[in-house]
Design a protein around this ligand. Structure first.
Ligand SMILES: Nc1nc2c(ncn2[C@@H]2O[C@H](COP(=O)(O)OP(=O)(O)OP(=O)(O)O)[C@@H](O)[C@H]2O)c(=O)[nH]1
Ligand SMILES: [Mg+2]
Length: 311
């Protein structure tokens, strides 16, 4: 087996970082390696961890929440290994990702956790160009992959496309849920987390506000499952255990939904690089055939498209 993959499966953080770099690389030779890695993961029958997305307005308390949630999960699930991917807004000036989250989410030397930040791209709805591929890789190496993305409108929707379940963080009295109601985002998450519930009175009132919005939505669409609501406080250290339980009980998407998700991200990539023209040229080839895996499918599609354009 590929040495890098062996070491990554054993939890070697340097190996994992190198492996991720392959999945972020645009070089043809690296992309070929990704195909080999994927084939080996399939042959090894490596597990498929849960992908959980967490989004919410800037400063809502997402990183703090992740820190406490991961601690609670590590306790509750003694065998679990957890990866966190923070999708940072890119600086319009430097083009690089802001590293603020690195300083906030601090797992120290914990062997069972891994942290990675990725630059987001507004043109791609607020997630990075390779975020899906990287998360897809990480879930083969970890039991849980938590993805933090800053809510900038479209990114709530993109993160829900990417993840098996999505959480939306709301801070008390931010008025965020009114904005989210208007933009249809309230209908997306499987769970809401009211953060910073340090004062009982404050917590009660924000819960009431959120609950009445959710009741309203439920009246409009009674067929959908009502989402769960959690209240957390990093000061009082409350609510994280309940949220950890919710996540531990959640299941990944079924195979059909997973294929649909892969098709979505392939389409998105083709559209991003080649526009509607690209989709018209090879859109009909996107449909997966039996036994064909994502990385190889992606590479074949993009190569076919290059050939089609040259003709
Ligand atoms: N009182 C209180 N403050 C909190 C709590 N959770 C987070 N904060 C504070 O809220 C601020 C923002 O928290 P972050 O966790 O960085 O929020 P974020 O949503 O990750 O922020 P961005 O990634 O910048 O969008 C920090 O100053 C935290 O200390 C909480 O439960 N109670
Ligand atoms: Mg953050």
């Amino acid at each position: 087996m590929n040495e890098l993959l062996r070491a990554s499966l054993d939890g070697d953080k340097f190996a994992i970082a190198k492996l991720i770099s392959l999945f972020e690389s645009v070089r043809a030779i690296d992309q070929e390696k990704c195909i080999e890695i994927e084939a080996e993961l399939e042959a090894e029958r490596a597990g498929k961890g849960l992908l959980v997305g967490l989004t919410g307005a800037p400063g809502a308390g997402k990183s703090t929440l992740i820190q406490h949630l991961v601690d609670a999960l590590l306790q509750k699930q003694p065998t679990w290994r957890i990866a966190v991917v923070a999708v940072d807004p890119s600086s319009p000036v430097s083009g690089g990702s802001l590293l603020g989250d690195r300083t906030r989410v601090n797992f120290g030397a914990n062997e069972r956790t891994y942290f990675r930040s990725q630059a987001s791209d507004l043109d791609l709805g607020g997630i990075g160009r390779n975020t899906f591929r990287v998360c897809r890789l990480l879930r083969r190496l970890f039991d849980l992959v938590l993805i933090e993305s800053v809510g900038v409108g479209q990114s709530e929707i993109e993160i829900a496309r990417l993840a098996d379940i999505t959480l939306l963080a709301l801070q008390p009295f931010s008025g965020d849920h009114i904005q989210f109601m208007k933009s249809g985002i309230m209908e997306i998450p499987q769970a809401f987390v009211i953060t910073k519930c340090d004062a009982e009175d404050l917590a009660k009132r924000s819960l009431y506000q959120l609950q009445s919005s959710l009741d309203f939505l439920q009246k409009v669409d009674a067929t959908s499952e009502p989402p769960s609501v959690f209240q957390t406080s990093s000061v009082r250290k409350t609510g994280f255990s309940e949220l950890a339980e919710f996540i531990a009980a959640a299941a990944p998407l079924n195979a059909a939904a997973e294929t649909e998700r892969e098709d979505y991200f392939l389409r998105k990539e083709i559209r991003y690089y080649w526009g509607e023209y690209g989709l018209k040229k090879i859109g009909h080839e996107i449909q997966a055939t039996a036994g064909d895996w994502f990385e190889r499918r992606r590479r074949t599609l993009l190569r076919d498209l290059e050939l089609a354009v040259k003709q």
